[in-house]
Design a binder for this molecule. Structure first.
Ligand SMILES: [Fe+2]
Length: 276
């Protein structure tokens, strides 16, 4: 994006972004049948900050039905998700030790950062059925705001992170075979409508950053931004009936101590649909 367009885009972003979690929470009734006002309020938050938190009276929703109200159709099912393509995130032995299925903290990331380009995750839903009595909070940040912070600090940071070889996720081996091949790609990419996609994980294992000075400096700048106090980093604990709808923003999860915690998660190839 050239500088003139960037500055306009940036001013719009900062001008409209919420700076408190209260601005992002929308009270709704039935998740399966949102009123026009509830629907508009959720879309408004998504337009401004790529995310909204809802607080509903529906504890155990049909996630696919909820998502369809926002044009979310094409689910990314993985080998751990249920037949309906929705994952049940709980402490489970079936998770084979993958961190989401434990009670451990998860570092900052966007979902599906290991997916190939044709399976980019552009939207994600998270719904809380049962919360942990202690812990399990999320931090959230609009990845477009992070892009602006980096570009304002040094345009070379976002240039380096937009290179197609910036980040490689090494292959994952199954017992005797390659369960997922290595994926190399950029961190940042824009679509034709100037929507930004971000692939990122703060993990330090199972990731190989391009070994040049500017890429490594850019990665360090992301880490600094995500670990510094910011009005654009939101803290939330999802309680039963609450959930997140987002265009795959940056998020993390605190560890928790309650084995009954249950969240539903659905990942989509398309973005939250804005009817204008
Ligand atoms: Fe995630």
């Amino acid at each position: 994006m050239d500088n003139e367009r960037y500055l306009r885009w940036r001013d719009r972003k900062f001008g409209q972004s919420p700076v408190s979690i209260d601005e992002l929470i929308v009270e709704v009734g039935d998740l399966h049948a949102l009123t026009p006002g509830e629907h508009a309020a959720i879309l408004d938050r998504c337009k401004r900050s790529n995310l909204a938190i809802y607080a509903s009276r529906t504890i155990d929703p049909d996630m696919r039905r909820f998502g369809r109200q926002f044009g979310l159709e094409s689910l990314d099912a993985n080998w751990l998700s249920g037949e309906d393509g929705v994952s049940r995130i709980a402490v489970s032995k079936d998770g084979q030790g993958y961190i989401p299925y434990t009670d451990k903290p998860i570092k900052w990331h966007t979902d599906g950062y290991y997916n190939p380009p044709e399976r980019k995750i552009r939207a994600m839903l998270l719904h809380c059925v049962r919360s942990a009595s202690l812990g399990g909070e999320n931090r959230l940040m609009d990845h477009e705001i992070l892009y602006c912070l980096l570009r304002d600090e040094n345009p070379d940071f976002v240039r380096a992170l937009s290179e197609p070889d910036a980040m490689t996720i090494p292959e994952r081996m199954g017992e005797n075979h390659v369960a997922r091949k290595a994926e190399t790609g950029s961190v940042f990419s824009f679509d034709s409508n100037e929507n930004l996609h971000m692939r990122y994980t703060a993990r330090t294992r199972s990731i190989a950053w391009k070994q040049d000075g500017i890429t490594l400096a850019a990665v360090a700048a992301i880490e600094t931004a995500l670990s510094s106090p910011s009005p654009y980093i939101f803290h939330v604990k999802l309680e039963p009936g609450m959930g997140l709808i987002c265009n795959n923003v940056l998020h993390d999860r605190a560890g928790f101590s309650d084995e009954t915690r249950l969240l539903y998660r659905a990942r989509y190839y398309g973005r939250v649909y804005y009817r204008s």
